[in-house]
Design a protein around this ligand. Structure first.
Ligand SMILES: *[C@@H]1O[C@H](CO)[C@@H](O)[C@H](O)[C@H]1NC(C)=O
Ligand SMILES: *[C@@H]1O[C@H](CO)[C@@H](O)[C@H](O)[C@H]1NC(C)=O
Length: 165
């Protein structure tokens, strides 16, 4: 699959610093959230948030919390797109949901990828594409919520301002 191919390439090339400077790499973010809910509920919450933010209305005063498009979803996978309202890029989003230890806990892996267009930094956009859905849907307030990510997994994550980007 397209997304997986990029991901594998990004992981392999990302581990050899000399290659990354010579090649145009897609910018991306991979973040993991452990959420104290069954994965069905996590999937439903993310899908309804994607639908809620599918038109441009929520960006009339700025921000990026709009123009999401659901491609397909079930209890395990969610595929979507996010178009930046400023036209900067159209990013591919994937969520992979898996029961974690004793239910009800869901390990939620989010991946956002921008097309390789020569940019070296995404200003945290790929992280915010995912994180805005997690906060907007209220999943961030669920008990046992835990996030695993860093600036290697998500381009410019630590300086991202998800209310703006
Ligand atoms: C969910 O979707 C994925 C990707 O399209 C597919 O591989 C998987 O079989 C589906 N699972 C169920 C339970 O339908
Ligand atoms: C990067 O994001 C900040 C907010 O976090 C924003 O003020 C700035 O304009 C963005 N820069 C670019 C080049 O998009």
């Amino acid at each position: 699959m397209h997304v997986k191919t990029w991901l594998v390439a990004a992981v392999i090339l990302g581990s050899c610093g000399t290659f990354t400077t010579a090649m145009t790499m897609p910018l991306m973010c991979k973040a993991i959230w452990v959420i104290g809910l069954p994965c069905d509920d996590v999937s439903t919450a993310l899908v309804s948030q994607i639908k809620k933010w599918s038109d441009a209305d929520n960006c009339l005063t700025g921000g990026e919390k709009c123009l999401y498009e659901l491609l397909s979803a079930n209890q395990t996978y969610i595929f979507a797109k996010h178009t930046s309202p400023t036209g900067k890029s159209v990013d591919s989003l994937t969520f992979i949901l898996k029961r974690y230890r004793e239910a009800p806990m869901c390990r939620t892996v989010g991946i956002s990828i921008s097309p390789a267009d020569g940019r070296k930094f995404d200003n945290g956009t790929n992280y915010c594409n995912l994180f805005n859905l997690v906060t907007g849907s209220g999943l961030v307030n669920v008990p046992l919520f835990k996030e695993v990510t860093n600036d290697f997994m998500c381009n410019q994550r630590s300086t991202a301002n998800c209310e703006v980007v």
